[in-house]
Ligand binder design. Structure first.
Ligand SMILES: CC(C)(COP(=O)(O)OP(=O)(O)OC[C@H]1O[C@@H](n2cnc3c(N)ncnc32)[C@H](O)[C@@H]1OP(=O)(O)O)[C@@H](O)C(=O)NCCC(=O)NCCS
Length: 192
């Protein structure tokens, strides 16, 4: 059983609630992801990298929604403020548009769980939502016996994951189908 987030939290008089994402959230998640990437990756990626990344890489992996391991912060008006998840499966990054083939289960005794697809709405940036999402995901993964977490960080994600204790393992220049190069960093942290 995963821990269930129920307590609302108040940020600037807007009450935010953490809950598991559902397939009904998909249209709003696509909007959130586009707004998040377009605003919060300025200074890290150029326009071509942002738009190509949205087309080819950034998005929801709906397997996580099916697994119950993708979460959203919803405000008191029902709008999405942030999203992020973890995975007990092998895929390291990328939305549905980047997936192909089977996505087998990891072995918690030998392999790190994945931290996946964190996107915060620009109106809610730097208010600790990504940190709170991470804490929840880490606790869920730990409850299933995982002892380490791994992810592929976008460049805007690197300061966040560094603050959360992750260390860089591999710097990767992903070449997207249109030839645009998207630098990313594979990072890892032990779960104590
Ligand atoms: C990266 C992202 C998820 C961070 O979300 P967030 O809710 O703003 O992060 P938090 O407020 O929880 O930040 C926690 C800590 O991470 C660090 N941090 C986060 N964003 C940072 C930034 N832009 N610059 C420097 N440090 C940053 C800080 O130490 C921060 O603590 P502080 O605010 O007390 O200094 C958000 O900027 C985002 O959605 N970016 C665009 C999409 C993306 O690239 N996602 C990452 C996918 S791997």
């Amino acid at each position: 059983m995963q821990p269930h987030p129920t307590e609302p939290n108040r940020y600037n008089s807007r009450v935010l609630r953490l809950r598991a994402a559902s397939p009904d959230d998909l249209p709003a998640l696509r909007t959130l992801i586009a707004e998040s990437v377009r605003a919060l990756s300025i200074g890290f990626y150029d326009d071509a990298q942002r738009e190509s990344g949205l087309r080819h890489v950034f998005g929801v992996d709906s397997q996580l929604i099916a697994d119950g391991t993708y979460f959203v912060f919803v405000d008191d008006l029902g709008a999405l403020a942030a999203a992020g998840g973890w995975s007990r499966r092998r895929t390291l990054y990328g939305g549905d548009q980047a997936k192909s083939g089977p996505d087998d289960l990891l072995d918690p005794a030998r392999e790190p769980a994945r931290i996946r697809a964190f996107f915060v709405h620009p109106d809610f940036a730097r208010r600790g939502l990504a940190r709170r999402l991470f804490t929840h995901c880490r606790d869920c993964a730990r409850a299933e016996g995982f002892t380490a977490l791994e992810l592929m960080a976008t460049l805007p994600g690197v300061p966040l994951y560094t603050a959360l204790g992750f260390t860089p393992m591999v710097h990767e220049d992903a070449v997207l189908p249109d030839g645009v190069v998207l630098p990313m960093v594979q990072m890892r942290v032990a779960v104590d």
